[in-house]
Design a protein around this ligand. Sequence first.
Ligand SMILES: [Zn+2]
Length: 198
Amino acid sequence: MAFPEVLERVIKNLAALPGLGEKSATRLALYLLSRPSEEIKELAQSLLEMRSKLKLCKRCFNLATEEFCQLCLDPQREKDILCVVEDPAALSAIERAGAYKGLYHVLHGVLSPRDGIGPRELRLPELLTRLRQENIKEVVLALSPTVSGEATAAYIVELLKEVPIKVTRLACGLPMGMDVRYADQMTLKRAIEARQNF
Ligand SMILES: [Zn+2]
């Protein structure tokens, strides 16, 4: 072990994060070590606070600090249209594009049998319950046009066959394989506005 154990521990924890290998974890740890302790304290506290304060909205499973998220509580949002997204990052990308004023439903993943993610691992039963209980007239599937995203969209369309609700999807302005979360705002705005019947 080249470093003192206290430093090795930080490197090990950082290296466990996605996208960080041993080398970049080491670089990052040494950088953090060089910063004033107030800065480190703020970083550590913000992480702890995020973890303790954020939970999932009881209705749409977006991130929330209360029982329901800001969007569900907002009286200005249209209550009869529901946009289905993969995760809070996709929701945030669509909000930033600014073309959508309805409600959301966050699945927290897409179907991926290879990774053991089936319908039960996603918030699909809750989606069906909402469609039965709320007065939803349109469901917009805003899943990324990737293999898993397409499979998930197809599964939802099949699920909704028996429910008399219009199902639309983002327009094909999104290139195949593109991730909704990283699409530029203009492309996403057009894709929402020109959404198509499934
Ligand atoms: Zn909500």
